[in-house]
Design a protein around this ligand. Sequence first.
Ligand code: DAT
Ligand code: MG
Length: 168
Amino acid sequence: MAIQQTLILIKPDGLIKSLTGNVISRLSEAKLTIMGAKVVRVSRELAEKHYEHLKGKPFFEELINYIVGDVHKTYRVLALVYQGENAITKIRDIVGDTDPEKANPISIRGSYGRITTSGVFENVVHASSSPEDAEKEIKLWFQPEEIVEDIYPIKEATLNNVKKIVWA
Ligand code: DAT
Ligand code: MG
């Protein structure tokens, strides 16, 4: 069994529907450790980097509008980093299938997700799908000082004459 990290995002639909508590309760069933948490106002640049692998898909623009908050007029997501044994599959099991209609009804996406008339999967949460994706995503969403332990190598960098700790 491997110790893994995973990035969870509670998306704008989750926030506007007041699902934050429900989602975190469901995630706690995995008995993992929270390593970082923050509310983020998502820029288009961050959204496009996060969903880089889907560039060119017909739903890409709508997906970006959704995650930045334009669709729900709710300009925030809650970002969480969890760590523990087999964290990625444990969390993905609780989160459910990408398509809310195919997701197990007792999963988070099965319970709370929906497909909009424009065909976007409003599936409430994001969860990393491999250790490689988790590392890339956590480094994109969090600075080293925002995570309670050094989960990946760090280094000192000088930006505008200010010393700063960044991911190595
Ligand atoms: P996941 O979020 O389960 O890792 P993904 O990485 O393939 O799924 O896609 C990211 C998001 O893009 C997903 O949460 C919802 C949206 N999406 C993916 N496939 C879609 C599709 N066929 N139609 C509409 N939205 C889709
Ligand atoms: Mg994915």
